[in-house]
Design a protein around this ligand. Sequence first.
Ligand code: TRP
Length: 326
Amino acid sequence: MSGIRPTGFLHLGNYFGALRNYVRMQEEYECFFMVADLHSLTTHPDTKELKLNVHRVLSENIASGLDPDKVALYCQSHIHETAELYLYLNMLAYKGELEKTATFKDKVRQQPDNSNAGLLTYPVLQTADIIIHRASLVPVGKDQEQHLEMARNFVNRFNHRYGDVFPEPQAFNYGSELVKVPSLDGSGKMSKSENQNATLFLSDDDELVRKKVMKAKTDSGPLEKNSQKPGYIENIFLLMKLVSSDDTIKKFEEDFNNCTIRYGDMKKQLAEDMVKFITPIRQKAEAIRNDEKYLKFIMEKGAEKANKSAKATMELVRQAIGLNYY
Ligand code: TRP
């Protein structure tokens, strides 16, 4: 089980960091992937944009290979039982531990006038999302580790107080496969908030992809054979490894090692390979986004699967708590 925030467009870092794992997991596990629309309300966004954002994130996920026939792909707000479970879990979550959460502290710093209870209990709702399906594997990035640790605490408290209902959820990834997707400006990772001109989005058109790649930081090339690559050059090779053929990579490695490399050519090649990679995803996502009937169908089907699982869990939860009077 995992949740996807309906904010912004997906970029290459999201694709290789998260999405590719989802696509692989769908072949091996029973999966629930949810658009976290309720969580997004904690920061008081303009809700007129919610629908477009939800449609967009669903389209991009499906275009990237998530298969609504294989997984339950649904919206958080369509599973009402989550709100009930969230309420029970709130009785097991302490003010002190919630206030210590790194993401809460960040948000309070960013928006001091809006430190609402929903933000404070964000990890409680996230726990409800996960355990409503009694899920045990949660594919998430490093930034979510603290939330998962809190989820395990809430689960253990619940099980201890009311009886064993939930497995302990664990962060999951395909180990060695964690890939870094470096930003094109030579520092850090691609990110939607940092430098948008150095981040490739799945929605970028061909010209924009070319323009961004051609602007990537390079220098005049190595002077000594087999020298070590500076970080920003290493990054271009890393990006190439994501989308280019082995032969292409080998050619530029050799050119680098014997000091004949021309970074202009390398970037042109990378740009074309990026275009070839991104274009079909962008086009497919656009087609899905324009097909509201299909999106509605997908969301209904996803909600149906998720609701079935949620209802079964809540029967157990109410029994365990003792909310069974007849
Ligand atoms: N908090 C997650 C994020 O910021 C999104 C999320 C919501 C989530 N519910 C979840 C992730 C449940 C995993 C499981 O990305």
